[in-house]
Design a protein around this ligand. Structure first.
Ligand code: ADP
Ligand code: MG
Length: 261
């Protein structure tokens, strides 16, 4: 793998599987020995909770990282998963748009800090459900953007706005930014609609869409309340198997991106 890979997991829609993908892709990469840092960039802090880092354990957060008060080494904490570190978030982050509005280079705050990620590390950024300053910071810092798409009606709606934002960032602050791919999540094969959405996505977006599709699986939705990735909570569940398969496809794609870069 060539130097650092920083992947922003973004979609301005809420509830499409961003956090679930961040946590489980992180766990799956860590499982195969790839040092991974998950940056929780959502004020809701679901990735932090889902990895068992309780609010009272979040001494330093991604907000301190953005303001430059602490560096990455200090803010990234170990999780129960070997090779997986977390930069936690708290609700303070909700005011970041306003608090940071006057800061010079305010779209480059995360980029500056993530340069300190050790070589060979994969950094995953779990974005909030908006295309505001936080998501733009993630895109400016990132090498590529991974888009989870819920296999439901209206899934493709909003995607053009997201891709337009990626394009804007590429033509401005971050020329290296690419679309890593699109991951279909929460698919239900008993449901014709899921199949229709998948067919539409593949027809419109071609190879950008990952071959692996994440099924809707109750074990995936139970895992966060046990403060674990589904990979740890129920390693042989359909959700775990799918996220592992996706991770191996993802790693293959990163290598391809690096070679072509
Ligand atoms: P986002 O971060 O985009 O808002 P989440 O990852 O939090 O979305 O997912 C939204 C909800 O759907 C959560 O309750 C999560 O547990 C559930 N969920 C996500 N993926 C699956 C899945 N494959 N099967 C079942 N439930 C899922
Ligand atoms: Mg989320």
């Amino acid at each position: 793998m060539v130097d650092q890979q920083i992947i922003a997991i973004a979609n301005q829609k809420g509830g499409v599987g961003k956090t679930t993908t961040a946590v489980n892709l992180g766990a799956a990469l860590a499982e195969v020995g790839i040092p991974t840092i998950l940056v929780d960039l959502d004020p809701q802090g679901n990735a932090s909770t889902g990895l068992g880092i309780e609010a009272d354990e979040r001494h330093f957060t991604v907000y301190d990282l953005l303001t430059g008060d602490v560096d990455l080494a200090k803010v990234a904490v170990e999780t129960d998963i070997a090779n997986l570190k977390l930069v936690p978030s708290t609700s303070d982050l909700a005011s970041a748009d306003v608090q940071l509005a006057q800061v010079v280079d305010r779209t480059r705050l995360l980029e500056k800090q993530l340069k300190a990620a050790p070589e060979g590390t994969v950094v995953l950024i779990d974005c909030p459900p908006a295309l505001g300053l936080l998501t733009v910071n993630a895109m400016v810092a990132a090498t590529s953007v991974l888009v989870p798409l819920q296999a439901e009606f209206y899934a493709l709606e909003g995607l053009s706005q997201l891709l337009a934002t990626v394009k804007q960032v590429r033509h401005g602050a971050n020329p290296r930014l690419r679309v890593n791919g699109i991951l279909l999540t929460m698919s239900d094969y008993r449901n014709n609609l899921s199949q229709q959405v998948e067919a539409d996505a593949r027809e419109t977006l071609g190879d950008l869409v990952y071959t692996t599709v994440i099924p809707r699986n109750v074990r995936v939705s139970e895992a966060p309340s046990h403060a674990q990735p589904v990979l740890a909570y129920d390693p042989l569940s359909k959700g775990s198997i799918a996220y592992r398969k996706f991770a191996s496809e993802f790693v293959g794609r990163l290598k391809l991106v690096s070679e072509n870069a």
